[in-house]
Ligand binder design. Sequence first.
Ligand SMILES: Cc1cc2nc3c(=O)[nH]c(=O)nc-3n(C[C@H](O)[C@H](O)[C@H](O)COP(=O)(O)OP(=O)(O)OC[C@H]3O[C@@H](n4cnc5c(N)ncnc54)[C@H](O)[C@@H]3O)c2cc1C
Length: 285
Amino acid sequence: MSLQFQTNRRLSEFSTFGIGGPVSYAVEVHTIEEMQQAFAWTNEQHLQTLVLGKGSNCLFADSGFLGLAIVNKIDFCDIHELSVRVGSGYSFSLLGVQTARRSLAGLEFASGIPATVGGAIFMNAGAGGSETCDHLHSVSYLHEDGRLEEFLRKDLQFSYRKSPFQSMKGAIVGAVFHLELSLSARHHQLEIINYRMKTQPYKEKSIGCIFRNPSKGVSAGALIQECGLKKYKKGGAQVSDMHANFIINTGDATAQDVVELIRIVQQRVKFKMDIDLEPEIRMLP
Ligand SMILES: Cc1cc2nc3c(=O)[nH]c(=O)nc-3n(C[C@H](O)[C@H](O)[C@H](O)COP(=O)(O)OP(=O)(O)OC[C@H]3O[C@@H](n4cnc5c(N)ncnc54)[C@H](O)[C@@H]3O)c2cc1C
């Protein structure tokens, strides 16, 4: 087997947050066959798996993970007329830029989201009223037992930051998007990226918005800001000064710091506004 199973790695290395304890094994997979081999190996060894994209939505535990972290690098991309066939490890942000440059509309919102395509589908990532599922046509899915299955979007139920893959065991390995022709796509995408750069703490270590917006039109960030929590700190974790729904790792934050800060924010917002904030991040394992 050609796969390189690495030891002595930490989950913090696989997260944009830079937080997370040791993992028993880690492996990068570049093809669907390699993903199959990785699953076969964990089945043989009776180990658990954690399939990862860029770790841009994951708060990993300080205690780490007993099992195999599979870092997805399946990154082919074929654009043919209005149809895009893409590997799940492909950069979602790059896909948004490349399609917009070809005057293809539907994924402009992806530009600036530091995700893989697979992570974006799994989380049904979205911004500015658009969601990953909107222009999705189909998903190739590898079950942990090695079976490859093709799902059509019309048979899948997505909702706000939810996909059916969140209750399945396996990996999204590829997808097809059907886009629309629009001469303003590139302009729209550039507007989106400029807005992100101005409003989100891109230079800091974070995992994006921590809480779901409690209802349509009500921003969790605005509620946290109204409670005066911008810059509030617990250990090395801090509510961002730029966008109150982001928590940043100021250097030495632990998962425990982040969890405590999340609790404090929830308690303050509940006390002041009687609103329950629910995290949208993945706390793993
Ligand atoms: C600066 C910044 C800005 C952000 N902006 C946005 C935004 O505008 N909108 C938004 O929705 N999110 C945003 N996010 C959050 C994050 O980028 C998204 O949730 C994204 O979808 C996560 O993708 P990922 O590849 O990093 O997944 P990961 O964080 O690696 O994984 C997330 C979950 O998906 C699972 N997973 C990942 N890949 C696969 C796969 N191939 N098969 C099966 N399961 C898989 C993982 O096991 C995990 O449970 C932002 C994050 C940052 C840091």
